[in-house]
Design a protein around this ligand. Structure first.
Ligand code: ATP
Length: 364
């Protein structure tokens, strides 16, 4: 196990800054996801950790040791890419054994570890099959096994599930997490899929345009997004964000949400933070699951535009004209598009963002 410190790391390609000063500490045995949209600098960061790219600024430390002049093969890093790197002329067994043979392990040890990894990844039945005959799903599973079997201190995975089908991706998410628990490697996992990051990672580093936006546990980034970008990017469906003006009347500060009406009374801390800042518009954010249908008659009656029933849960789109929001509710009985629904919003989950800077208001 090894800790990683990306210390003010930078990477430019000519005049283009792909990574602008990133400072990130990844603990021993931690599962860190680098999450962000295409082109935000995830792979560039990963390639520098692996030793395939040289930083143009900052340092990469493994257990405090500067890696700048340590070549890729000496870093103790295993790497799995989006496009599985499997020797298709070899059997599954030979692919799994490859790294161990290169390290000249005794044959009995190799056999034992191949058997163990094959069992773990459910490849036992396929051990003597030529890899060329395997499906894309199984090839990627094998690629993961082939890298994991040498038990690298650091395991880097760059979008390893983006070519496999949706059902298999769900299985692999569980297996990868299980694999990391078993071997306790330090894992860095690049993805643009927030669901993958949320389900597997201990912490998530959210990136955009070469800038680290926030680092936190999945629940921290979900519940306390540092800025509008993170609020928008995390969650499916995403956080409702409605621009509103701040109003204060008889000591009560609220946000006027136009056609959605006045926002609920804000929790004390948030109201105090809102009072402290200079006036101006804010973005009012709330998660779709914080909306409920108030059948007691005290909810605000708002028009429902679309209803999507997905199994036990219902997503409804409500509001009027440009002030639209989504709700995810458990009991969607009687809710229909084109009708009104009594909507209530829990104030505890409300998040506010400065309309000018996009930064969260009232978050430490
Ligand atoms: N060798 C290179 N030369 C010039 N520009 C590059 C090079 N490698 C990457 N870039 C640019 O740096 C930016 C970040 O690329 P990177 O591959 O790290 O993004 P990413 O977040 O991994 O996205 P994706 O998921 O699409 O790979 C992109 O704009 C990309 O075009």
């Amino acid at each position: 196990m090894t800790s990683i410190h990306l210390e003010n790391l930078e990477k430019s390609f000519g005049a283009f800054q792909a990574l602008k000063t990133m400072d990130l500490k990844i603990a021993d045995g931690e599962f860190m996801a680098l999450l962000g949209p295409s082109g935000c600098g995830k792979s560039t960061t990963m390639n520098m950790i692996a030793g395939m790219e040289r930083p143009t600024g900052g340092r990469i430390l493994f257990d405090g040791r500067d890696m700048i002049d340590v070549p890729m093969g000496r870093r103790g890093v295993g790497f799995v890419f989006q496009n599985y790197a499997i020797f298709t002329h070899m059997t599954v067994r030979d692919n799994l054994a490859f790294g161990l043979k290169m390290r000249r392990l005794p044959a009995a040890d190799i056999n034992r570890r191949v058997k163990q990894m094959a069992e773990f990844l459910q490849l036992t039945e396929l051990l003597d099959k030529p890899s060329a005959k395997l499906s894309v799903n199984i090839l990627q599973r094998l690629a993961i096994g082939r890298s994991a079997i040498v038990e690298p201190a650091i395991f880097l995975l760059d979008e390893p599930l983006s070519n496999v089908d949706a059902a298999f991706r769900a299985v692999m998410r569980t297996e990868l997490k299980h694999l990391q628990r078993q071997f306790r490697q330090t894992m860095v996992y690049v993805t643009h899929d927030q669901l993958e990051a949320m389900t597997m990672a201990d912490r998530i580093a959210v990136m955009d345009h070469g800038v680290l936006q926030q680092v936190g546990t999945p629940l921290e980034v979900y519940n306390h997004p540092a800025n509008l970008f993170v609020a928008n990017f995390i969650g499916a469906p995403g956080m409702n964000l409605i621009r509103g003006s701040v109003t204060e009347e008889s000591d009560e500060i609220r946000v006027d949400l136009g056609q959605l009406g006045l926002s609920p009374a804000l929790p004390q801390g948030l109201a105090a933070a809102l009072r402290r800042r200079k006036r101006g518009d804010v973005w009012f954010g709330f998660r779709p699951e914080q909306v409920s249908i108030d059948r007691t008659g005290s909810g605000i009656s708002l028009p429902v535009l679309f209803v999507e029933r997905i199994g036990a849960r219902t997503t409804l789109h409500f509001g009027a004209e440009r002030t639209l929001a989504k709700a995810v509710i458990d009991n969607g009985e009687g809710i229909e598009a084109g009708k009104m629904a009594p909507v209530a919003l829990a104030s505890e989950g409300v998040r506010l963002f400065d309309a000018e800077t996009g930064m969260a208001i009232g978050e430490a």
